[in-house]
Design a protein around this ligand. Structure first.
Ligand SMILES: [Zn+2]
Length: 328
């Protein structure tokens, strides 16, 4: 389904389905001006996504020589189909930081690094094996590394008569970039701000303070004048300032919940904490979570626990390859 969501300049939304994924869909946006097009994000590298995306682009009369692709971040549901654009000779934009992470994770088996990290935080071996096979981010990643123009905060991109500005919003990924249209006060928020789900904030190699980065990025966007926000997934009818406050409040509540859990279980590990706190998984008990959802929950819990450790509210001590936590 391809719908026009803004008139002058023309902005279209292509609804790309994400089968068997709790995110449900990816919003691929197309800005069209003076025969030029900028496509924002693609969907997973799988047939259902490819068909939906290219049917939409063909409906819009895509001309490869006049089309560019902007990737808000490195996640496979956003950049999975990049190769189709590269093959057609389209220029691709991605932040320098996310490009570097993507390149490094492919070259150095970056998943192995994360698995070691999660093991030290108590993630059980049998869950590790189960999550590897069901992890859509791995299954539907781009086939190969691709050439990209590596962008930084403040970089301007021109599409016909439309001017867009890259806004570095680290947190969801280290190099996450929102795109801002200053003349219209429109924000393409990627996965930095979503409206009916909360963006996943995990830990990253060399970025253990991702939650603090994320909250700073939310406050950064709050300072921008924004009339309309187009998010990476699902609905787009909310007020961005209310949503920012709600997301900040969500993390404040979660931090408190984690502090209480550690207080009740002195010397506990992060996996045990993750299994005790409340997740909105349609009423499912922790033991029934799909393994890759446990992986996401683990990353999210760690981001909060490191935040608390930084703030001096939790103590962390590693013994025989396993990290334990105490309330300070
Ligand atoms: Zn994402």
């Amino acid at each position: 389904m391809t719908v026009k969501i803004y008139d002058n300049p023309e902005i279209w939304r292509i609804d790309v389905p994400l089968p068997e994924n709790p995110l449900k869909n990816l919003n691929s946006y197309v800005i069209r001006s003076q025969g030029h097009m900028l496509v924002i994000d693609t969907g997973f590298n799988r047939a259902e996504c490819r068909q939906a995306l290219w049917a939409g682009l063909e409906q819009l009369g895509v001309i490869p020589e006049k089309t560019e692709l902007f990737l808000t971040h490195l996640h496979s549901d956003h950049c999975g189909l990049v190769q189709g654009f590269v093959d057609r000779g389209c220029r691709v934009y991605l932040s320098r930081l996310d490009y570097e992470y993507l390149r490094r994770s492919r070259e150095e088996a970056g998943w192995g690094y994360m698995e070691e990290w999660f093991r030290r935080e108590g993630f059980p071996e049998e869950e590790m094996e189960r999550q590897e096979s069901g992890n859509q981010a791995r299954l539907y990643a781009p086939k190969a590394m691709f050439p990209a123009v590596e962008v930084e905060d403040g970089r301007e991109i021109q599409v016909g008569s439309v001017r867009l500005v890259c806004v570095h919003t680290p947190g969801h990924t280290p190099g996450h970039m929102a795109l801002y249209m200053p003349e219209e006060q429109i924000l393409f928020s990627g996965d930095h701000i979503l409206f009916d789900i909360t963006p996943n904030i995990s830990v990253w190699r060399d970025v253990p303070r991702s939650l603090a980065d994320y909250m700073d990025s939310l406050r950064k966007v709050r300072r921008l004048p924004v009339k309309l926000t187009f998010p990476g997934h699902r609905k787009n009818d909310g007020d961005v300032y209310e949503r920012i406050d709600a997301i900040l409040e969500h993390h404040r509540v979660r931090l408190e919940e984690i502090l209480r859990a550690v207080e009740e279980m002195p010397g506990t590990d992060a996996y045990t904490v993750a299994s005790r706190i409340s997740w909105s998984m349609r009423g499912k008990a922790w033991k029934d979570f799909p393994p890759n959802q446990k992986w996401f929950a683990m990353g999210e819990t760690l981001a909060h626990m490191y935040y608390l450790a930084d703030a001096g509210q939790l103590a962390r001590r590693e013994e025989e390859g396993l990290a334990h936590y105490w309330r300070m």
